[in-house]
Design a protein around this ligand. Sequence first.
Ligand SMILES: Nc1nc2c(ncn2[C@@H]2O[C@@H]3COP(=O)(O)O[C@H]4[C@@H](O)[C@H](n5cnc6c(=O)[nH]c(N)nc65)O[C@@H]4COP(=O)(O)O[C@H]3[C@H]2O)c(=O)[nH]1
Length: 929
Amino acid sequence: MESAKALRILWPLGLILWTGLILLLGYQQQQHHRQAVLDMARAEAIGSYNKDLVYRRWVARQGGVYVSTSAYTPANPYLAHLPERDITTSTGKPLTLVNPAYMTRQVHELATEQYGNRGHITSRKPLRPENAPDAWERASLEAFAQGVPETLSVAEIDGAPYLRLMRPMITEVPCLKCHACQGYQAGEQRGGISVSIPLRPYQAIQAQLTRLGTIHLAILWLLGLLFFLYFKRVVDARIREVEQARSAVEQSERKYRLLFNEMEIGFGLADTASGEILDCNPCLARLVERSPAELIGQKQSILHPEATTPEGLTEDFVARRQAPQGNILNAQLLTKSGQIREVEIQTRRLELDGRQLFLGMFKDVTDLHAHARQSFLLLQAIEQSPIAILITDLQGVPQYINRYFSVQKGYRLADLQRSDNPVHQFLRRHIADFRQNGAATGIVPADWTEERLAQRKNGSTYWERSSFSPVYDQQGQLSHFLMLGEDISDEKNSALQFEYLATHDSLTGLANRLLLHDRTDQAILKAKRQRQQVFLLLLDLDRFKIVNDSLGHDIGDQLLLQVAERLRGAVRESDTVARLGGDEFVVLFPEVNSDATIVDLAESIRRAIANPIRIQQREILVTASIGLSQYPAHGDSCAELIRHADLAMYRAKESGNCLCSFDPAMDQRMAETLEIESDLRYALTRDQLLLHYQPKVACATGQLIGMEALLRWRHPEKGLISPALFIPVAEQTGLIGEIGSWVLDTVCRQIADWQRNGLQPVTVAINLSARQFERADLACQIHDQLQDCGVAAGLLEVELTEGLIMKKPLAAVQIMEQLKQYGVRIALDDFGTGYSSLNYLRRFPLDVLKIDRSFVDDLGEDRSAEAVATSIVSIAHSLGLQAVAEGVETEIQLRFLRQIGCDQVQGYYFHKPLPVEAITELLARSQQG
Ligand SMILES: Nc1nc2c(ncn2[C@@H]2O[C@@H]3COP(=O)(O)O[C@H]4[C@@H](O)[C@H](n5cnc6c(=O)[nH]c(N)nc65)O[C@@H]4COP(=O)(O)O[C@H]3[C@H]2O)c(=O)[nH]1
């Protein structure tokens, strides 16, 4: 291409050169013609000269010739000295001697006349004037004198061009005849002969030659021009061809470069031997977060993280790369930021300019692989999902079912595609409905769910929650439907179970509080409409806690179960028996219309419960306290009726009546209790608590041998409040801990005070509540307190109830043993009211058994009470314990107790609990006596 371009530039130059050459040739030709013409003229001049010379010599040798004397040839005066200048012929004709010069001159004149040629004999010393040289001849003569043999030049003569030639004239011997007189000698140059040849004829020839030559050259130049034009055309065509080819190549290059650069597939070209990257497109560079410039010239290891070969390729990669027709390789690329991209490389081996190349087409399949993995995962998840999955076409014909579907229903896909298959029919029907609804409303519902009893292939049924949802394709067109079938049999059963549990008491199966509320509210609504009454009985088993604590929870539970059974049996279907928790039961009577009837019903319930209950070979006697409330008189909500029945039940318990109907005054008492609760918080800090001490006397002698500290609360408005009223409140609120510590502290100080005052202290008993007994460090606390006050441990006795110990017998034993270790005495209070295991009793480190007041009360009246008291004393003594009877009010009771050998007694018969001053006085008196 470059040479073609050069030719394009050179051809005008060639043309110029060609023209110059032709012009040069023309010039040379012209010069040549001119010279040739001059040479011809010179040859003619030389010829003419030679002929003159010959004629002269010939005449000279003759000594002159005689010619007739005439006017044309008169006698030569210059030859007058010659004797025989003139002669007469025998016939008388006069002849005169003509010398060579004369003859030559006349020949010259004749030649000039006839041919135009001129001749002139001249001399430096001419005899005749006409022989005198002209200027050119004179110059020639001088040149001859210098030794120049010939002069030649073109000169104008009479306005015409002539070639003038002149040669010297040498004196020869014959010449001396005439010229000796002039003093010439032979051999001497005496002048010259000039010849002038007219050049016009020659110039005509020259012009002719020049014309012909010019024509030839012109033709030649034209031929040359034609050649050049043809050459230019050929070159132009070639250049055009080349340019077109180049343009096509460039266009193609641009096109392919553009494609190469814009391709969304990475291209890389590498040298197979060295592994050098020779080229790459931006897509490949982008793939590894680099620019093409960063890659080109680098080893392929820049791309491949695990390059193990010198070229930077893994061995496996190289092995597969060897396939001549290329291969598709899965490889990993390393990005600039250190990320790994997964690629699919389509490889080709190429040979270019003798180099083995490797072309790789890189497709980033990281996302594709991730997507494929995810799709596979999804497919696996769907296939292995523990839920039945089915996909139908728009007509409801199943297209896919997962494994669980087949397992659960026993159908294969082919079964479901048969139109007589029940699932097939179900799907078609539902999908048709679904689409119809969508068409009607213009909105395809997102999904819908239904719970139904589905059938398996084997005919068995189960509860299924089927949810249908539309599936849209990539264009957003509804394409399929998805059905998820979930076996909810367990859920259904659980829901029923849950509902049952939520509304029933787990132990007895009776209605629970929730169901009771629901039924009561419904009953109230109905009663409201029908202007009727609703009655609600609340039962609390008396001393159930003692049964539970002493006989164990299993027996307690069985007791509750039997009570529940009896209650159920005592009422009608329309009535509701509920358990509120613990030993509290409620019976709802929605259809009783008279007070008399409800009292009868309550009585029958009480009787039903009062029958001895047999559990594990034990006969247990249970009584119930019953509170009664009614709609509309006592409230119009379940909560209110329960609350009021509860208050009534408490009243029944307190009063010993088994049935008590709610009275609005009870609300007042409840309010008072609440007041106590809030006031008790300040009782300690405001110094409202105090202790009274009830003496214990020896049964036999009546001597004061001990006392029990009993707590009192002097309320600023309500006066002295019984501990029976506020201790339970203190226990509930947790204040008992603080109060108990105060009692212990006060008692210890009091003993120390008596000691300081010289009184012989007696054992003082304090009551411990259940909450106090829960403290693991109780024994330490008591021990520290005794030590702080300097009181001997034996002067303190703690009274524990059976229920308190039996709650956690092992922990109780530990605390008791610790107390025992310190020397503190332990009494078991209210003995006989609970169900203490004698086995346990044996293991408790007790000192005293206290016979409960309820047995003491009936002594002398009730044989069984007497028997119990007798047994307790006997047990106490057989275990090495002392027996103490509390609540002794009468002589009869005292006498009986003395009879059975009871050790100590305590009761109003001797002393009521006394304020500290009174007891101090009594103590002093007793010691004085
Ligand atoms: N009808 C009658 N009653 C008699 C007779 N002799 C004594 N009593 C009363 O019987 C209760 C005996 O106390 P308890 O069984 O330990 O029963 C005590 C005890 O369990 C508890 N209590 C009293 N003080 C404390 C205390 O400081 N701490 C704890 N935790 N409880 C205490 O309060 C209960 C009631 O105490 P109090 O009202 O003082 O009632 C005392 C006492 O006044 C009698 O001949 N006839």
